[in-house]
Design a protein around this ligand. Sequence first.
Ligand SMILES: CC(C)(COP(=O)(O)OP(=O)(O)OC[C@H]1O[C@@H](n2cnc3c(N)ncnc32)[C@H](O)[C@@H]1OP(=O)(O)O)[C@@H](O)C(=O)NCCC(=O)NCCS
Length: 213
Amino acid sequence: MDSAVSGSPGSWLATARRRFVASADGAMKTEVVQDRMTLRPVQESELADLVRIHTDPTWPGEYQWFGFRVAKAREIERRWAEDGLIGAADGTLSVELEDGSFAGVVNWRPAGETGNLEIGIWVHPEHRGRGVGTEAQRQLVNYLFATKPVHRLQAGTEIDNVAEQRALERVGFQREGVARGYGFRDGQWRDGVFYGLLRNDPRARPAPLDASG
Ligand SMILES: CC(C)(COP(=O)(O)OP(=O)(O)OC[C@H]1O[C@@H](n2cnc3c(N)ncnc32)[C@H](O)[C@@H]1OP(=O)(O)O)[C@@H](O)C(=O)NCCC(=O)NCCS
């Protein structure tokens, strides 16, 4: 499986990002934290956490619970046994923090029949709001453009999911449009926002370690 990551999302990359913290008066403020993280193939020990996204409503956090999807959970287990969740057309990688903890996953899949790819991400709620989602998608973009002859990457999210929209914009994605009533979650149809990044578009670099946010 190691060969699947050569060309690599790679080496440990440093980021300095902000963490949301509650101040004494209850208001939210941000502070700078520094993380080192990398993308790598999903390990067997992480499969249970992946499967829980589809089988345990308390686990995936905001924006990610779409009801019990047991067939999808079984498919993840089957695919892991078959190819480590890295196939010719699609794939999933774990986000690992410097301390070895599993923070979430990124994935990619064909964008219709275009030959281009759509990306996705899930960060566990305990790791959100401190730059992990931004850095993971930055590394994924670099990995995909380095290892596949793809011209365009795309991503979509709900119109209220500001964190994902900001993360995509930080990475370099351009907002391309809104599709009304696109997805159903938590009892409502919700508008979707769509983003694209072309191979030659400007892309983000990692924040310097001494960045103040
Ligand atoms: C969306 C998601 C990947 C973002 O990852 P994250 O690690 O929480 O995000 P980051 O800490 O990198 O923050 C990204 C940006 O959003 C902002 N942000 C973070 N949490 C926020 C919140 N709760 N409300 C508003 N803005 C927020 C950050 O300030 C940052 O913006 P900035 O660079 O302008 O400061 C993560 O929250 C997640 O996994 N959510 C559930 C699954 C999901 O929504 N996937 C994507 C669409 S399907």
